[in-house]
Design a protein. Sequence first.
Length: 44
Amino acid sequence: MLLELNVKNLAIIHETNLTFGPGFNVITGETGAGKSLLIDALEF
C-alpha cells in the first residue's frame, strides 16, 4: 500500500509531501494545479 508520496522539482511542483490514509484517497484541484503530475511522479 502506498503510504506517502514525496515530490521535489517536477515541472511546476517545487516540493510536496502527501500522506495517504487507509482506504480510498482522492486528489482534487483546479485545472493546471498538478494532479496529473503527481501520478507521473509515481512512474518517475
